[in-house]
Design a protein around this ligand. Structure first.
Ligand code: EPU
Length: 417
C-alpha cells in the first residue's frame, strides 16, 4: 500500500490543471452499454475507479480500450447481465450497470452494495424507480436481481434527491415504451452530462438542469463520441489548496459555472477570486475568515468538498460550523486532522472547527477518497513531515495528484511500501 510523505510549509503557486470528471465518466461508461457499437470518450483521466468500471464492462461482454486520455467502449457483444461482488464491493458506482443492462438485456444481477467509509448508502431509490418502470426486483443471496421483458414509462417522484438513482433511472427508461417523468431529479452537472450523452445517442430527454425530467422512450440508440466535462471536485480541491497558500494559484481547464457555491464561500473566507474563461485564480487572504457551510444537493455546497473546506477552516481566525446533510457520518477525517493539531469537535452531523495558528505534521491514515484529498492539503500546510498511509483511496479519483501539486510547489513523495 503506497503512502505519501509530505514536507509541509511549502506554499503553492502557479497553475494546476484539472482532469475529466470521474463521476460523469462512470455513468457514461455504463450508458454506452445501451447501444451496440463503439462509443468514444475523450478527456478521460487515469483513475482506479475508471479501471474498475472498465473491468466490469469487459465482464459483461464489452470491449474497452484506453490510452492517451481516450476510452473506446464497444458494446456490440454485451451479453452477460451480472455485476459480481468482487467489483461492486470495491466500487459502489458499479450499480450504474443496473439500468442499462435491464434496458438492453431485460435482466440484471448486481451485487448489493454494502456500506462504505462515508456511511450506509442505501440503493432503495434506484430499486423503487425500476419497479415503477415495471421491473420485477428480488434480493437474493446478496444480489439485486431485476427482470423486465419491456420497461414501461411511469411518473417517478424521488423522495430524496439522488444523483445515482436519477442517472440509473434515466438509463433504464430511455428505451421504455411511452413517457417517463422524473420529479425531484438530481440537478448535478454529472446528471446533465449524462442527459447530453443519452440525447446524442438518440434518446429524447427534456428538462435538463431542472428537477423535472421528461423522457419519451425510443426504440433504438446509437454509439457516439463525447468529450468529458472537467472534474468540479478536483477543481474545488485545488482552489481550496490555493486559498491556504500565500501566493496566487490558478486552476486551469475547469468549468467555473459548476463551482459557484464554493467560489462564494471562498470569497466569504477572504479570498479574491478571478474567473477568466476556464481558469480560476485564487488570491489567498492574509487571514482566513471563518465561514459556516452546510452540504446540500447541487447547486448547494457539495459534500465531496466538505473535508477539504474543513482543512481551510482549521486555519481560520475564529470558529466555523460544518453541517453535513448528505452523508451524516462523513467525518472520518476529523480525528486525523486533529492528529495534525487541528481543533475540531463533532456532534452528530455537525462539526465545530476552532481555527488554529498552524498545523503540525504527523503520521495519519486516509479513509476515503475525499478525506484523503483533505489530508494531503493539510499535510502541505502543516509544519514538518506528514506521512499519509493508505493513499490508494486517492488514486481512485485524482489523477497523479502529487505530480500536479508538486509542479505548483508542494513536496510530496509517493513511497511504495
Ligand atoms: N440515498 C438513499 N437511497 C438511495 C440513494 C441515495 O437514501 O437509493 C441517499 C444517500 O444515502 C444520500 C443521498 O441520498 O444521503 C444522496 O446520495 P446520492 O445517491 O446522490 O449519492 P451517490 O449517487 O451514491 C454520488 C457520487 C458521490 C457524491 C454523491 C453526492 C458518484 C459515483 N458518486 O453518489 O461521490 O458524494 O453523489 O453528491 O457519482 C466521491 O466521488 O467521493 C463520492 C462519494
Amino acid at each position: 500500500m503506497d503512502r505519501f510523505i509530505i514536507q509541509g510549509g511549502n506554499p503553492l503557486k502557479g497553475k494546476i490543471p484539472v482532469s475529466g470528471a470521474k463521476n460523469a465518466i462512470l455513468p457514461i461508461m455504463a450508458a454506452s452499454l445501451l447501444a451496440p457499437g463503439k462509443s468514444v470518450l475523450s478527456n478521460v483521466p487515469n483513475l482506479i475507479d475508471l479501471k474498475s468500471m472498465a473491468h466490469l464492462l469487459r465482464i459483461i461482454g464489452a470491449r474497452v480500450e484506453t490510452g492517451e486520455g481516450r476510452m473506446q467502449i464497444d458494446s456490440t457483444d454485451v451479453c452477460y447481465c451480472e455485476a459480481p461482488y468482487e467489483l461492486v464491493s470495491k466500487m459502489r458506482a458499479s450499480i450504474y450497470v443496473l439500468g442499462p443492462l435491464l434496458a438492453r438485456l431485460g435482466e440484471a444481477r448486481v451485487s448489493f452494495p454494502g456500506g462504505c467509509a462515508i456511511g450506509t448508502r442505501p440503493v432503495d431509490l434506484h430499486l423503487k424507480a425500476i419497479e415503477k418502470l415495471g421491473a420485477e426486483v428480488n434480493l437474493e443471496h446478496g444480489y439485486i436481481h431485476a427482470k423486465a421483458k419491456k420497461l414501461k414509462g411511469a411518473v417517478i417522484h424521488f423522495e430524496k434527491s439522488s444523483v445515482g438513482a436519477t442517472i440509473n433511472t434515466l438509463m433504464a427508461c430511455v428505451k421504455a415504451s411511452g413517457t417517463t417523468e422524473l420529479l425531484n431529479a438530481a440537478m448535478e452537472p454529472e446528471v446533465d452530462v449524462t442527459v447530453d450523452f443519452l440525447n446524442q445517442m438518440g434518446a429524447k430527454i427534456t428538462g435538463k438542469g431542472t428537477a423535472h425530467l421528461v423522457i419519451k422512450g425510443v426504440d433504438e440508440l446509437f454509439p457516439v463520441g463525447m468529450e468529458m466535462i472537467s472534474d468540479r471536485i478536483e477543481a474545488g480541491t485545488f482552489l481550496i489548496a490555493g486559498a491556504m497558500s500565500t501566493e496566487p494559484v490558478t486552476v486551469t481547464n475547469c468549468q467555473p459555472e459548476h463551482l459557484e457555491e464554493l467560489i462564494s464561500k471562498l470569497r466569504s473566507a477572504g479570498c479574491e477570486i478571478i474567473i477568466e474563461g476556464n481558469e480560476i485564480t485564487v488570491n489567498p487572504p492574509k487571514k482566513i475568515k471563518p465561514v459556516d457551510i452546510t452540504t446540500l444537493p447541487y447547486p448547494g455546497f457539495p459534500t465531496d468538498l466538505q473535508a477539504q473546506f474543513m482543512v481551510l477552516m482549521s486555519l481560520a481566525e475564529g470558529v466555523s460550523v460544518v453541517t453535513e446533510t448528505i452523508f451524516p457520518d462523513r467525518f472520518m477525517h476529523v480525528s486525523e486532522l486533529n492528529r495534525l493539531q487541528a481543533n475540531i469537535s463533532l456532534n452528530l452531523n455537525i462539526a465545530t472547527v476552532k481555527g488554529v495558528k498552524e498545523l503540525g505534521g504527523a503520521e495519519i491514515m486516509a479513509t476515503d477518497l475525499r478525506a484523503s484529498a483533505a489530508l494531503v492539503l493539510a499535510g502541505i500546510k502543516a509544519q514538518g513531515e506528514t506521512i499519509i498511509n493508505r493513499i490508494y483511496h486517492i488514486d481512485r479519483g485524482y489523477d497523479r495528484i502529487e505530480e500536479k501539486l508538486n509542479a505548483a510547489g508542494a513536496r510530496i513523495v509517493r513511497d511504495k511500501v
